[in-house]
Ligand binder design. Structure first.
Ligand code: ZN
Length: 286
């Protein structure tokens, strides 16, 4: 099952058509894309009965963030071995955890204002919580996940590393720094949800673009069950919370020479079994 946020209304994607959930369900479910996670099990049962008769064709640029107002956004740093090496971080005994403040979230076809010339890309698998999670064991962790989507953890590297005690959260929370989408795909759609190809490119590689990152989510240091177990041992995870699960190697800040996003770049982020999101940029004001 795929759900999306079409111009602020929750839709179910059936056979590539968008079915409006509030109308199709006779208002059993709200049109608010954020509200569905509170009724996730009920919704999944209903969604399985829906056909595409009332579906409408749509363009990707009509879609907004599939989880638009999460109560909590967790983000994990240094969660792939090769990225830890390129960033120069030693492996750690706890996942490096920060937040992207929810006001940074945007959709799958966003144009983002660059606040400086030091904005970097980080493609990430993003998970949405579908059931309240408190001290969850590894083996029960996937039962608490509603689905998966694509995220870009855009990062302003100077702000991220400024000061004596670098604090990741602000440098990763400029307006528009959290492109997500294009939709949320429920976990049952994946044969191996722990092993998905993940990557991003400038432009589409098939059109001569350049691959920037390419890995598999099975290379996470702390995999999804471990992240949910560890985070839920400390925080209560609620339906509609999201977790950015870390980025593989290939970020611009670790290149020689360093490379950052510019006005003409078209950043395409792709995860197997989900699809792609495309992010464009506007140059910093002179
Ligand atoms: Zn990241």
């Amino acid at each position: 099952m795929k759900i999306a946020n079409r111009a602020g209304r929750l839709v179910l994607i059936v056979d590539d058509l968008a079915v409006d959930v509030e109308r199709e369900s006779g208002s059993t479910f709200s049109s608010d894309p954020q509200a569905v996670y509170e009724q996730w099990d009920h919704f999944v049962t209903w969604a399985a009965t829906v056909r595409d008769d009332n579906g409408e064709s749509f363009d990707l640029d009509e879609l907004d963030a599939p989880v638009p107002r999460p109560g909590q956004v967790f983000a994990i740093g240094v969660n792939y071995v090769e990225h830890a090496a390129e960033a120069g971080y030693p492996s750690d005994s706890m996942p490096v955890t920060f937040t992207k403040f929810p006001s940074c979230l945007t959709g799958p076809a966003a144009t983002v204002d660059l606040p400086s010339e030091f904005v970097d890309w980080e493609v990430e698998l993003v998970i949405a919580i579908g059931r309240r999670a408190v001290k969850v064991q590894r083996e029960d962790a996937w039962d608490h996940v509603a689905g998966l989507t694509i995220g870009q953890d855009l990062s302003e590297r100077h702000v991220q590393n400024e000061g004596n005690r670098p604090q990741f959260s602000l440098g990763k929370s400029f307006t528009g720094f959290g492109p997500t989408g294009p939709w949320l795909v429920s976990t049952d759609e994946f044969e191996h949800p722990d092993d998905l190809e993940i990557g991003c490119s400038l432009g589409t590689v098939s059109d001569g673009g350049e691959q920037l990152q390419l890995s598999r989510t099975s290379k996470m240091i702390y995999d999804i069950p471990e992240l949910i177990a560890r985070l839920s041992n400390i925080c209560t995870l609620s339906p509609g919370d999201i977790i950015f699960t870390g980025t593989p190697a290939g970020v611009g800040n670790a290149r020689t020479p360093k490379r950052f996003l510019g006005e003409s770049d078209v950043l395409v982020s792709t995860i197997e079994g989900i699809g792609s999101i495309t992010t464009r940029f506007r140059a910093p004001a002179a």
